[in-house]
Design a protein around this ligand. Structure first.
Ligand SMILES: CC(C)(COP(=O)(O)OP(=O)(O)OC[C@H]1O[C@@H](n2cnc3c(N)ncnc32)[C@H](O)[C@@H]1OP(=O)(O)O)[C@@H](O)C(=O)NCCC(=O)NCCS
Length: 200
């Protein structure tokens, strides 16, 4: 279990109450905005995130410009994850949305000091409820390194099925890594025995 350390950034961000676009039992999702660039930049700089998400170092300006572009994109929705105390603890996104085929991918990262409290599973559950309950998605997918134990556990807990492996799909620190490919289909989501975000 990660130690509960609230940083100065956490305190500052918690003071600014965010409007929630989507509410679930233990977390809410707020639409990511350009002013969140510093937060995203600090989270992306974490070596664990860089390793597991294959993130290339970017300047704060580049992260800000990227968020600006992503906001303009119709095929993705990006959110900050906020537990009840209003502290932004991570980022979750539904990307590559294809309304014709009903397909999309999920991206998920938590700030290091906020891992291990169940926020990732809660945020992923909330996002898939949005994908299937508000958007006409049929198939939501996720990819992660085959050795990313926390991500594998979170995806399994949220009901995703491991489909297979993309062999040697990414390069990091001079080594090729296999990616585990996961999916959750609409009928499987319908069968999940848990309250939906809107039951909160
Ligand atoms: C993946 C990530 C979002 C998970 O965050 P988290 O806060 O640890 O997630 P949760 O607390 O909701 O759940 C973690 C689960 O993994 C389990 N877990 C953690 N480390 C584990 C390990 N080494 N081996 C096995 N299970 C492990 C926990 O026990 C927990 O399951 P439980 O609730 O049944 O006990 C976080 O580690 C992260 O941001 N990593 C970097 C970015 C990344 O890898 N993103 C994933 C791309 S899909």
């Amino acid at each position: 279990m990660t130690e509960d350390i609230r940083t100065a950034d956490d305190e500052q961000n918690a003071e600014v109450e965010r409007e929630l676009a989507w509410r679930a039992k233990s977390v809410g999702l707020a639409v990511l905005d350009v002013d969140d660039a510093e937060l995203m930049h600090s989270w992306r700089s974490d070596p664990v995130v860089a390793h597991h998400m294959g993130i290339w170092p970017r300047s704060l300006t580049a992260v800000r410009e990227r968020i600006e572009r992503d906001i303009e994109d119709d095929d993705r929705d990006d959110f900050l994850i906020l537990p009840h105390d209003g502290t932004p603890v991570g980022h979750v996104a539904l990307t590559g949305q294809n309304i014709v085929n009903g397909t999309a991918q999920v991206e998920l990262m938590l700030a290091a000091q906020h891992r291990g409290y169940g926020h990732a599973t809660a945020a992923l559950d909330a996002l898939v409820d949005l994908a299937f309950g508000e958007l006409p998605m049929y198939r939501v997918t996720a990819e992660t390194h085959t050795d990313n134990a926390p991500a594998l556990a979170v995806l399994a807990k949220s009901g995703f099925t491991r489909e297979g492996i993309s062999r040697a799909a990414c390069l990091h620190r001079g080594r090729r890594h296999d990616l585990a490919v996961f999916s959750l289909l609409r009928p499987e989501w319908e069968e999940l025995d848990r309250p939906r975000a809107w039951d909160a």
